[in-house]
Ligand binder design. Structure first.
Ligand SMILES: [Zn+2]
Ligand SMILES: [Zn+2]
Length: 566
């Protein structure tokens, strides 16, 4: 026989005085009264506590030992109770790794979506990254305009310095006739002299196929050997029939048999959901361990007077130039010269120019360093020696001094110039460059009609949209037929959860909002939204002022949502 009522007899928890009530089951019930009248004592400390206690008692002895003893509330009888879940205004915690996206699990489904159907881009040069089967590559080449001559080429030098005489000789001995060097097609028997100080691009021509001799067998063979020579990348260039020059590099069609960039040859791990997690070593930005923010030295504090030059002491904590040791002076001078050269500044600009006049990129390198190695000369007596190495940057240098000092005075001195700021590597996006460069395309007209129309969004960019905008982003997603099938399940979950958040009036939040910045009311409504999708039925939900902090116009929507609790 189904029970239709919850009966409470003799409730005496806190200030309750032998309260007897009978409540209908499966209904939305509201307790109201002045503060201190015992609403919470009845709802949370009696009904919820007893429901929870009985549930725990029903578990095995083994499970119970992990859950602790639940005290029995001071009440004579409670009947008709279901397992209970409380959704209080308790904050969602202080962990900045927990966000609206992770609490609602929308972020988890987005990770799956991006891993399965996102379009990867090379973070270095922006080229679309994809991996194709050899067969598919050959088919696409076979289908290129029938009246064109095809040049199948393998990139062998990608922007490296050198003369490459041995390479040309070696290729010739392997039986290749031509190569394209810096965009010009040349015969390998007569290669051009190259300036070894400059960066060059060399593609060896693996096969040149005229319209008459185009057939699958020949293309298969050429694809095979081009992919081997080009380390999984091959280029196809089209020219007029009988032309002895291949087309220009800009018009090349790139193919890759691995998840590699056809543009600069960098290869990447194929994307997985972990790649998109800022809590996983595979996905997190290395600069901030996936937090997006850092406690570090702040450029504005380090350089209070931008009219000074570095030599004149623009950078606090670097101190007076004359007081630096010989070795450090030498390193900084070498780096400054290298920056002058790399950025084509007048010699001496970096050290003598006013800080405010230096190009942003130059300041960036000075403060945060560079991955490229910097060459500097070191004069020891008569001899001058060349050294090269990566320059870590002034701020990373300071950070390592900050971490290694025990001196309290010095720590306080450092902290005057420090604050929490957006991570300079990921700019608060929390993910590593590869993950941040994967995008998904919306087909929603609202996005395309806007002033600065933009259809492709990365995961961090989606997390910056309000739930309302996110909802319209996901109204229509541009996917191929196969991708649409692959993405269907994740998309359904995402759309549903976005709908729940809209239902509880949280349309203004972003997925990137961290738990510590949410108000009690917001946390409660997020958990409420989570419950609607939980799939549990017949549960007694106990909420504490769910409308707190909610705009009055959203009250109706909230009540509708409450009525939908199963
Ligand atoms: Zn690239
Ligand atoms: Zn970062």
């Amino acid at each position: 026989m189904a029970t239709t009522e919850i009966k409470v007899k003799g409730a005496r928890e806190h200030n309750l005085r032998d309260v007897n009530v009978t409540l209908p089951r499966g209904q939305l019930i509201c307790f109201s009264g002045v503060s201190g009248s015992g609403k919470s004592s009845l709802a949370f400390d009696t009904l919820y506590a007893e429901g929870q206690r009985r549930y725990v008692e029903s578990l095995s002895h083994y499970a119970r030992q992990f859950m602790g003893q639940m005290p029995k509330p001071d009440v004579d009888l409670v009947s008709g109770l279901s397992p209970s879940i409380s959704i209080s205004q308790k904050s969602t915690g202080n962990n900045p790794r927990s966000t609206v996206g992770t609490i609602t699990e929308i972020y988890d489904f987005l990770r799956v979506l991006f891993a399965r159907v996102g379009t990867g881009h090379c973070p270095e040069c922006g080229t679309v990254i994809s991996a194709q089967a050899r067969d598919a590559i050959a088919s696409r080449i076979l289908g290129l305009p029938q009246d064109a001559t095809l040049w199948l080429m393998a990139p062998v030098v990608r922007g490296q310095k050198g003369e490459f005489r041995d390479l040309f000789e070696d290729l010739r001995k392997q039986g290749f006739l031509r190569a394209r060097v810096d965009g010009e097609t040349v015969r390998l028997s007569d290669p051009p002299p190259l300036d070894r100080q400059h960066r060059h691009h060399v593609e060896v021509v693996v096969d040149r196929i005229d319209p008459d001799s185009r057939d699958r067998g020949r293309i298969n063979e050429a694809v095979e050997s081009a992919l081997r020579m080009g380390e999984a990348t091959l280029l196809v260039s089209l020219s007029e029939e009988n032309d002895d020059q291949a087309g220009k590099p800009k018009q090349d069609i790139l193919f890759s048999s691995q998840y590699a960039c056809g543009g600069c040859g960098r290869s990447f791990k194929p994307p997985s959901p972990q790649l998109f997690s800022f809590n996983s070593p595979q996905g997190m930005c290395e600069g901030c361990d996936g937090l997006g923010r850092l406690y570090t030295f702040v450029p504005e504090l380090l350089v209070p007077d931008e009219k000074l030059s570095i030599r004149k002491g623009a950078i606090k904590l670097l101190g007076k130039w004359g007081d630096l040791g010989r070795y450090r002076r030498h390193i900084y001078r070498g780096v400054a010269d290298a920056i002058d050269q790399a950025m084509e500044l007048r010699p001496g600009t970096m050290l003598e120019g006013q800080w405010q006049d230096l190009p942003d990129q130059a300041k960036q390198i000075w403060l945060w360093g560079t991955d490229d190695s910097v060459e500097f000369t070191w004069r020891a007596g008569q001899k001058s020696r060349k050294y090269s190495g990566a320059f870590d940057g002034f701020i990373p240098e300071l950070l390592s001094r900050y971490r290694n000092t025990r001196n309290k005075m010095q720590l306080r001195q450092f902290e005057k110039y420090m604050d929490t700021m957006d991570c300079p590597d990921c700019h608060g996006r929390r993910l590593n460059p590869q993950a941040s460069a994967v995008t998904i395309k919306t087909g929603t007209s609202q996005f395309l009609a806007e002033e600065d129309a933009k259809a492709d969004f990365s995961l961090p960019e989606l997390c910056e949209l309000s739930i309302e905008r996110l909802n319209s982003f996901f109204e229509t997603i541009r996917l191929g037929d196969t991708e649409a099938v692959i993405a269907a399940e994740a998309l359904k979950e995402i759309r549903q959860r976005i709908g729940f958040l809209l239902g509880v009036g949280l349309d203004y939040l972003t997925l990137s909002r961290t738990a510590p910045t949410l108000s009690g009311g917001e946390s409660q409504r997020i958990r409420l939204a989570g419950q609607i999708g939980s799939g549990l039925v017949g549960v007694l939900y106990i909420l504490d002022e769910p409308s707190i902090g909610l705009h009055p116009r959203d009250n109706d929507r909230l009540i509708e949502t409450l009525l939908r609790l199963p």
